[in-house]
Design a protein around this ligand. Structure first.
Ligand SMILES: CC(C)(COP(=O)(O)OP(=O)(O)OC[C@H]1O[C@@H](n2cnc3c(N)ncnc32)[C@H](O)[C@@H]1OP(=O)(O)O)[C@@H](O)C(=O)NCCC(=O)NCCS
Length: 184
């Protein structure tokens, strides 16, 4: 899994990260607004952004996951990231994603998650794709609803983030649900 395919959606190109993307990752993911819904390192300076990319590439080479840079098809500008952490033994993938805050609420999150769900079931042949999101982050839950995932439950006070205990909402989709969904 060293070299990822490039995934083209209507407005986005999803491609493999390069270490030269560290500057833009630092600029976008370094924001506390973005970090608050995730476990991205915070604060994230350029070196931390470089290390974050390197770690993703290492996991990819080990078959433990895939991470795509989300870029705008028109300009090539990187606007975020999306990935699947894979447990091959269980044929499952855990979704995670973030966009720079200037790009929120324009449908890009839904477009990228749709592409990754397609990739996970069609190319990686996964059995299950799931995504936990912080209860305090309803936009992420809305994206998962829009792509047709099922709400599977709430994990109470599951995480500690920035000193606060956070309930986690769990969404998932099984392989047969993906194919029965009929949209692909
Ligand atoms: C979560 C995230 C990727 C969503 O991306 P996005 O491009 O804004 O998503 P979309 O535009 O496709 O959809 C957002 C939906 O959430 C809704 N929404 C936004 N803010 C909301 C809020 N506070 N309460 C409820 N719904 C909200 C929008 O109205 C939209 O739904 P609609 O199309 O039915 O109107 C983006 O907000 C983000 O990167 N956040 C920071 C990182 C993060 O939290 N990642 C997720 C970790 S699980």
């Amino acid at each position: 899994m060293n070299i990822l395919p490039t995934l083209n959606t209507g407005r986005l190109v999803l491609r493999q990260f390069e270490v030269t993307d560290a500057e833009v990752v630092h600029r976008l993911a370094g924001s506390k607004d973005v970090a608050a819904g995730t476990f991205l390192p915070h604060p994230m300076d350029r070196q931390a952004a470089h290390d974050w990319i390197t770690e993703r590439l290492k996991n990819q080479a080990a078959g433990m996951g895939v991470t795509f840079a989300i870029s705008l098809a028109k300009s090539g500008e990187v606007i975020g990231s999306i990935g699947l952490e894979i447990v091959a033994e269980h044929e499952q993938g855990r979704l995670s994603y973030w966009l720079g805050s200037a790009y929120w609420n324009q449908g890009y999150g839904t477009e990228a998650v749709t592409a990754l769900v397609d990739y996970g079931f069609l190319s990686l042949k996964l059995h299950r794709i799931y995504a936990p999101h912080f209860h305090t982050n309803p936009a992420s839950g809305r994206v998962l609803q829009k792509v047709g995932m099922t709400h599977e439950g709430r994990l109470r006070e599951h995480y500690l983030r920035f000193g606060r205990r956070i309930d986690v909402e769990l969404y998932g989709m099984l392989r047969d649900e993906f194919f029965k969904g009929g949209s692909r």
